[in-house]
Design a protein around this ligand. Structure first.
Ligand code: NAP
Length: 294
């Protein structure tokens, strides 16, 4: 097992922990440097964050995103709208932001209220400002290997693998979950790096048989303890995307962390793993958008 400054290993018997906070801090130094360089050329990278309704979890997410922008010197605007905002009004606001030269990235926090069609909202964002990477043009670009914005969470997972110097070529990667924002783009990114990829989902018949073959497992399900120690090959890399609450109300991932770290070679914690990386990659995408604009 190799470790570097973003992976720490308390004991030789347990997995090295890939520290998303430490890796984010390192990447954000570079983001701040690039932002200063852009500002010197007269462009301040700008992100617009739109929140419709009063979902408390969404309110925390958008606050964290806006704070991360401020910490790295990016300009951001947070626009909060009442839950009864009409779909037409939201689409009109996105259209105005698409035309606003001070804004390089537009993010509408999901979920939107049920009367608004989330797909219409995503498709209304100009692809060149789609820093969440959810637009069909971004998904298509990823599929065919063209440049575009990569969905922030899978992008962050890839950076975590890169941080430990992991060579995916020829490795078997198992992705659990097939959502458009995590599972599917994750699988495409792993495939781009020449891993052999298996995508599992709720209809997969024998999940354990799949995960036991995996050199890399990415769990993106949304349920505590979907991945237990008996499902992991010794030495495997385990990336936990899940953000859940256990019955005691404590934040947990999809992985039975304490047990799995006795078996895995590398593991990401929750909290302090993929979560901070997602926000960091949002900053990276916004910065890249501003650089492309320039
Ligand atoms: P999602 O859209 O609900 O997708 C969940 C996926 O898990 C679906 O594809 C589903 O299969 C599959 N699944 C459900 N039960 C399963 C089971 N027992 N075995 C195998 N697969 C199963 O969720 P998401 O948006 O991808 O998010 C997944 C998790 O990641 C959530 O906890 C979310 O909060 C978290 N998340 C974290 C971050 C972060 O920054 N850390 C970012 C995004 C999401 P079907 O398709 O067959 O229904």
């Amino acid at each position: 097992m190799t470790t570097n400054q973003n992976a720490s290993n308390a004991s030789a018997d347990t997995a090295a922990v890939i520290d998303g906070v430490a890796l984010s801090a390192k990447l954000r130094e570079d983001i701040t440097r690039r932002t200063v360089a852009l500002k010197a050329r007269g462009v301040t990278p700008g992100l617009a964050v739109l929140l419709v309704g009063d979902n408390p979890a969404s309110a925390v997410y958008v606050r964290n995103k806006v704070k991360a922008c401020a910490d790295s010197g990016l300009h951001s605007v947070l626009e909060r709208y009442a839950a009864d905002m009409t779909e037409a009004a939201l689409l009109a606001r996105i259209d105005a932001l698409n035309k606003d030269p001070s804004i390089h990235g537009i993010l509408v926090q999901m979920p939107v209220p049920a009367h608004i069609d989330a797909n219409k909202v995503i498709e209304a964002i100009a692809p060149e400002k789609d820093v969440d990477g959810f637009h069909i043009a971004s998904a298509g670009a990823l599929m065919v290997g063209q440049p575009g914005f990569i969905s922030c969470t899978p992008y962050g997972c890839m950076k975590m693998l890169e941080s430990i110097g992991y060579d995916l070529r020829g490795k078997h990667a198992v992705v659990i979950g097939r959502s458009n924002i995590v599972g599917k783009p994750m699988a495409m990114l792993l495939l781009q790096k020449s891993a052999t990829v298996t995508i599992c989902h709720s209809a997969t018949q024998d999940l354990k048989a799949m995960t036991l073959q995996a050199d890399v497992i990415v769990a993106a399900v949304g349920k505590c303890n979907v991945l237990t120690a008996d499902m992991v090959k010794p030495g495997a890399v385990v990336i936990d995307v899940g953000m859940n609450r256990n019955p005691q109300g404590k934040l947990c991932g999809d992985v039975d962390y304490e047990a799995v770290r006795q078996v895995a070679g590398f593991i990401t914690p929750v909290p302090g793993g993929v979560g901070p990386m997602t926000i960091t990659m949002l900053l990276v995408n916004t910065l890249e958008s501003a650089e492309r604009h320039l």
